[in-house]
Ligand binder design. Structure first.
Ligand SMILES: *Cc1c(COP(=O)(O)O)cnc(C)c1O
Length: 216
């Protein structure tokens, strides 16, 4: 493993204890990913279906692939055979498509509901009201080939730590409200710039890219 990638991962692992680290590999080359793989890592996050499937085809098959970016219904079929966890479910319509494709492959696909917690309007995700509506929808309750594991969210892209902290705190409060009843175990929040804040606010899965691959 190249010195800086190795060093960066080790440093992050020391900081995060038992928190699950998903290495965000978007834009990174196959040789870079192979290096991370050789260092023992098996959880990778991609935000685009095309790039994810190409990497899946060219790398060892025991990798757990996480889709972390926005997913369009017409792309679900490409990832359904192998995807490990979809972090970005933001509508019942999309989830029904995932269920349909999972059924074709006789799989149950795990997913997270993505919630909108940032101030920016550009970030995808559900409001609490929309989430509650889905959870009560009989069509949702009847789905058999998808399994919700918890929630995901992205905080505002700002230097204002108090704002970021507030957003993570809010997402954790929603997660805490729902997790026992629905058997959730995953709260996916925190990226390179804010993972320590996220962990302090209850995250148990962080998605880190640039901090791992950048030369420091
Ligand atoms: C790119 C991305 C990340 C990782 O961001 P870094 O700042 O590079 O760590 C995490 N989550 C999502 C949804 C992303 O798109």
């Amino acid at each position: 493993m190249s010195h800086s990638i190795c060093k960066n991962i080790k440093q992050i692992e020391q900081e995060i204890g038992n928190t699950q680290l998903v290495v965000v590999s978007k834009y990174r080359s196959l040789p870079e990913l192979q290096e991370v793989y050789d260092g023992g890592h098996r959880h990778y996050g991609e935000n685009r279906v095309q790039e994810l499937t190409t990497k899946y085809e060219n790398l060892p098959k025991d990798i757990h692939w996480h889709l972390i970016g926005h997913l369009q219904s017409n792309k679900v079929k490409y990832i359904a055979p192998f995807i490990y966890l979809i972090h970005s479910i933001d509508s019942l319509k999309l989830l029904k498509e995932v269920d349909k494709e999972a059924r074709k492959h006789q799989r149950v696909i795990s997913f997270l509901f993505q919630m909108h917690i940032a101030q920016e309007e550009t970030k995808f995700g559900l409001s609490k009201t929309e989430l509650d509506e889905i959870l009560l929808d009989q069509e949702y309750i009847n789905l058999t080939h998808v399994a919700c594991k918890g929630l995901m969210g992205m905080a505002s892209n700002t230097e204002d730590i108090d704002q970021v902290k507030k957003e993570f705190e809010y997402l954790n409060s929603v997660y805490t409200e729902l997790k026992d009843k629905h058997h959730y175990d995953t709260l996916s929040m925190g990226m390179s710039g804010d993972y320590l804040t996220a962990i302090a606010e209850g995250s148990n899965l962080i998605r880190v890219g640039s901090k791992i691959f950048s030369v420091q």
